[in-house]
Design a protein around this ligand. Structure first.
Ligand code: SAH
Length: 224
């Protein structure tokens, strides 16, 4: 089964790339940036997915609602845009943007990809797709995590936030803003509660000097 997936996966991937490139005139340059972003995030995540398969999970919260939220993000962030770029399914809801919109999207994509890579590297074996605790889980408070508690979610916001500039469609380019928004609103408080349950005072102290998605503004003077 795995052998079939190893062959079929790349063939489908290649076919998607070829069709999207051939439809460049219809979809515009943003579609190629979307494709490059999807390939880059998959490549950044792949080694961590392989490595973290060896982890033993000791706590996994709200499994079915987590899966539903992830499905929403997958639908808005990958399935609908890919389907539209490949077939023009939602073309009745297309809008026009000039070519410079793609250049503007780079303002989200470049820092987004950097932060996506950096947060995976800093979390290492503590990273997981869903909210869970593994055996020998360590609290990471260094690197990018010394500034923000959820840099990976910030990275994904940067990437999804510019989707409407890459996929010019009111459904396929915009849906992910809603589905990812819902996921963050539901998941972040749950994840933080799980971290407090696991690491107690250590996590509370960490929360006191970090921001959730953006670094906390520090007072530049005063008694500390
Ligand atoms: N919310 C973080 C991590 C996303 S990966 C971010 O946006 O960067 C999700 C998993 O990371 C959670 O299941 C939790 O187990 C783990 N995690 C989150 N913050 C962590 C930290 N500071 N140290 C170690 N593990 C952490």
């Amino acid at each position: 089964m795995q052998r079939i997936a190893r062959i079929v996966g790349p063939v489908i991937g290649l076919a998607v790339v070829v069709v999207i490139v051939l439809r460049l005139d219809t979809n515009g340059w943003g579609s190629l940036l979307f494709l490059a972003t999807a390939i880059s995030t998959t490549a950044i995540r792949a080694p961590f997915e392989r490595q973290n398969k060896a982890n033993t999970i000791t706590r996994k919260d709200n499994e079915s609602s987590e899966n539903l939220l992830l499905f929403g993000v997958g639908l808005g962030g990958t399935i609908l845009p890919m389907l539209h770029l490949l077939t023009g399914l939602f073309s009745f809801a297309d809008y026009d943007l000039p070519d410079w919109a793609t250049a503007l999207a780079l303002a989200g994509v470049i820092p987004g990809l950097y932060l996506f890579w950096r947060s995976h590297t800093d979390l290492g074996r503590n990273w997981s797709v869903t909210t869970e605790i593994r055996e020998d889980h360590t609290l990471v408070t260094t690197g990018i995590y010394s500034k923000v508690r959820h840099p990976m979610y910030t990275a994904i916001w940067l990437l999804f936030g510019v989707m409407p500039l890459m996929v010019h469609n009111w459904i396929a380019g915009v849906a992910v803003i809603a589905t990812y928004g819902v996921m963050c609103i539901v998941r972040i408080p749950r994840e933080e509660q799980m971290m407090v349950d696991t690491f107690g005072e250590e996590y509370r102290a960490y929360m006191a000097h970090t921001g959730r998605l953006v670094p906390r503004l520090r007072r530049s003077f005063g008694a500390g």
